[in-house]
Write a new protein. Structure first.
Length: 435
């Protein structure tokens, strides 16, 4: 057996996503076949940044990874620890990697892990080459050709099945479901699940141009859809809401809600998992309607954790094998422009390996990894809106429709316009003319 001609490390950062094990498997197999020894690093950067090099599997072998590609979760676990908080932590991280003899590193993670990989690559000054494999069920990393991040398709697939079940329960029991789907900044998962399932309507953060929302702003959108549905003879439905809507609501308003604590993670983000958005919206909408003598049954539900470690569907199983192979191929054989000599995000475009320099991923204003948001000006989003039962401007401008909506809400037409006109872009004077 020939001696290995270098060591390659693999670690996983951020939240889980279906397909992680497939990247680990494919990268290990290709690296070993290329003469490298592979070191599996547990818990992302957590131990490396503390100078601890004992939390590793060395070596990872072909036999140990050959049958893990169709399993969810991560054999290396994952963590959100951030070694770029100060230069000392970053320096210790690099020293730990070098102590392990790692010349090549594959990081698997989302936008935060991509940022950390870029910083470590810069500070290592060529001593370690890094390939970052983009992973997130949020689908919010700007990949070329609008390629999804791995794990998204599996999460959408499973989420759609769950929402379809809730839709049938909603019809059977004559109640509403408010379903919040993961997606910190971008509403891709909520939109994908809701659109595929044919949910009653979907609410995502991108549709609100303002930086900050009042909680009642979101409630009015939900209530408008509820009343329109009622005006059509149904008192049940499923609203799918993107988690990122919660990040737009003023944190000070959230802090005033009993039982809600605002915490931040190591990357400075609000821990949205600690903000029970579905429950908050359920309570507020129920309270608002009760004041009008109205009552509906709402059940809150959050989709996220049950999606992240699911076994990947065939799309992601195939996709991550390409990415794992591509990461090793880039590290060992890519001789392109200098900008990607030592580190890059690795992705596929039309079946071909595309290394994207870390600098091209950064937002010049924030210095952080750019986020891919839902483009609400596309035909794809237009289709989603066309098939939702949501309040529209023309509903309030049509006297007969307005009368029907106001009756469903037990309000006068003028009062209905005054309360819900802003959700469809009507001004105060337009409220009066519409009413």
């Amino acid at each position: 057996m020939k001696q290995p001609n270098g060591r390659l490390g693999i670690l996983v950062g951020g939240g889980p996503a279906p397909g992680i094990n497939g990247v680990i498997s494919a990268a290990t197999i290709e690296a070993v076949n290329d003469g490298l020894e592979v070191v599996g690093i547990y818990d992302g950067f957590r131990w490396l940044m503390r100078g601890d090099t004992t939390h590793v599997i060395e070596p990872l072998t072909i036999d140990s990874v050959s049958r893990i590609h169709f399993k969810g979760g991560s054999i290396l676990r994952t963590a959100r620890d951030n070694p770029t908080g100060n230069e000392e932590l970053a320096r210790v991280t690099i020293e730990s990697l070098l102590q392990l003899g790692i010349r090549y590193l594959i990081t698997i993670g989302g936008d935060d892990t991509a940022f950390v990989a870029a910083e470590i690559c810069r500070l290592a000054e060529g001593k370690i080459r890094i390939a970052h494999v983009p992973k997130t069920i949020d689908n919010d990393i700007p990949l070329p050709g609008n390629m999804p991040t791995f794990g998204f398709q599996t999460a959408r697939h499973l989420g759609t099945e769950l929402v379809l079940n809730l839709m049938e329960d909603s019809r059977t029991t004559n109640r509403w479901y408010f379903v919040v789907a993961m997606g910190r900044k971008a509403g891709h998962l909520a939109l994908g699940i809701g659109k595929a399932a044919g949910a009653t309507f979907i609410v995502i953060g991108e549709e609100f141009p303002q930086q900050r929302l009042a909680l009642d702003d979101v409630c009015r959108v939900l209530e408008g859809g509820i009343y329109k549905r009622r005006a059509r003879g149904h008192d049940y439905g499923v609203a799918v809401i993107a988690e990122g809507v919660g990040e737009k609501i003023d944190p000070e308003e959230l802090r005033k809600i009993p039982g809600v604590q605002i915490e931040v993670d190591p990357h400075g983000h609000i821990r949205l998992a600690e903000v029970p958005l579905a429950m908050i919206l359920k309570r507020r909408v129920s309270e608002r309607l009760k004041k009008r003598g109205d009552k509906i049954t709402v059940v809150d539900n959050t989709l996220g954790y049950e999606l992240r470690c699911a076994d990947p569907i065939p799309f992601d199983c195939e996709y991550v094998r390409d990415l794992g192979y591509g990461a090793v191929h880039y590290l060992l054989h890519h001789n392109g422009r200098r900008a990607v000599k030592h580190g890059a995000l690795v992705c596929l475009e039309r079946g071909r390996l595309v290394p994207i320099p870390f600098d091209e991923l950064r937002d010049p204003e924030t210095g952080r990894t750019r986020v891919r948001l839902v483009d609400i000006h596309t035909e794809s989003y237009e289709v989603a809106r066309k098939y939702m039962i949501r309040l529209k401007r023309e509903d309030l401008e049509n006297p007969e429709t307005l009368e029907s909506l106001a009756k469903a809400a037990n309000m006068a037409p003028e009062a209905f316009c005054a309360e819900y006109g802003q959700t469809v872009g009507l001004t105060g004077s337009q409220h009066q003319s519409a009413g």
